[in-house]
Design a protein around this ligand. Structure first.
Ligand code: COI
Length: 355
């Protein structure tokens, strides 16, 4: 492939043909950063489109102190996982959807974005260059992090004169310290994540630092994460700080309609499709927190998080607990989703892309 041939020129024998796996403890991957060998960079000025990027050694980047991203937060990120199967082949899950989401986000943030082809090609090159960091089957995945940043210097508030598209990667295991154990969510009614007309619906870097305060409050109370309510009524559930949310009641699977304040998760969309394929009715609508409390099952979805069952929700000092078990709807959705990624369930929709 094109990716493989351009890599041959960049790989030094010492790093690329140095055995199939990097020398790390594959049994204890969490979601910390393990620096890998290579990253991808591509630049363009505000009056052109991205042309040609390159894979280069992983390392620090140089930025002007007045770069748009540093001063005014003009930046977007994505998350994609690469998996290794038992037969050694390497796969990505729906990278085109990340490319499309970055384009939509770039439009919202007045940035230039790579084409879908450029984005997917760059993700493949990055994964391939770092293939010795893709965990053995069943041990985790290579989390690939594309960034689009306003890298040009500005002083007054304006779109940056230059953009940098950058991708790095790190092997990861479970996102939460709970591992695969059910999550305990804290419903936050003081802080909000996003409001109508804001940028909550796109993967802007500016959506994440403001969530740290509520997240640390929840973690200090022993919770896994925060569940946000809508900023207008303080009543309808929105999302957690790192993932989307679903509930199940009477065999109906429901999730909040995104409506500009909730991130359009790719795992969220995939789970909606899988649930319908399995014969469940799926609703995207407003969900008052009281309804969530009354649900039979609750679970979270996200690239980093996967499909994670929620064991309890705490709202205004009251804790409710939910059913658990692989026979439940969440378990079925999770095993179908993971099976498509692993290749044990048929990929009817062409979601899996070989690297
Ligand atoms: C992801 O799930 O890929 C995300 O971007 C969430 C992030 C907070 C890790």
């Amino acid at each position: 492939s094109q990716a493989a041939s351009s890599l041959q020129q960049l790989c030094e024998p010492s790093s690329c043909s140095d055995g199939e796996y990097a020398d790390i403890d594959w049994n204890n991957l969490g979601f910390g950063l393990t620096p890998t060998d290579y990253m991808y960079t591509m630049k363009c000025s505000k009056d052109e489109n991205f042309k040609q990027g390159q894979v280069r050694r992983y390392g620090n980047i140089e930025l002007s102190p007045s770069a748009g991203v540093l001063n005014y937060g003009q930046g977007l990120f994505e998350g994609i996982k690469a998996y290794r199967r038992e037969n050694g082949r390497l796969f990505l899950f729906r990278p085109d959807q990340n490319a499309i989401r970055m384009q939509i986000g770039a439009e919202r943030m007045c940035m230039i974005s790579p084409s879908i082809e450029q984005f997917v090609h760059a993700v493949k090159e990055t994964a391939l260059a770092n293939r010795r960091w893709i965990p053995p089957p069943g041990k985790g995945s290579l989390y690939i992090r594309p960034l689009l940043i306003g890298s040009g210097a500005i002083l007054g508030l304006a779109p940056s004169p230059e953009y940098t598209f950058l991708i790095y990667a790190s092997p990861v295991g479970n996102y939460f310290k709970e591992g695969t154990a059910p999550l305990n969510l804290y419903v936050e009614d003081e802080f909000h994540r996003a409001s109508r007309g804001g940028a909550g619906g796109v993967k802007s870097i500016t959506n994440y630092a403001p969530a740290l305060k509520a997240q640390s409050k929840a973690q200090n109370g022993g919770f896994s994460d925060v569940l946000y309510l809508d900023a207008v009524n303080k009543r309808n559930i929105e999302e957690a700080s790192s993932c989307n949310i679903f509930m199940v009641k009477d065999n109906v699977v429901s999730t909040p309609a995104t409506a500009g304040t909730i991130l359009e998760g790719i795992t969220r969309r995939s789970i909606i499709d899988i649930a319908r394929d399995l014969g469940y009715q799926v609703e995207e609508r407003s969900i008052p927190v009281e309804e969530l409390i009354d649900a039979e099952e609750v679970f979270c979805t996200g690239t980093a998080v996967g499909v994670a069952p929620v064991g309890s929700i705490t709202y205004q000092g009251k804790r409710v607990e939910y059913e658990m078990g692989t026979q439940l709807v969440c378990g079925k959705l999770h095993s179908t989703f993971a099976g498509i990624q692993r290749g044990t369930v048929e990929d009817k929709r062409g979601w899996i892309v070989e690297i």
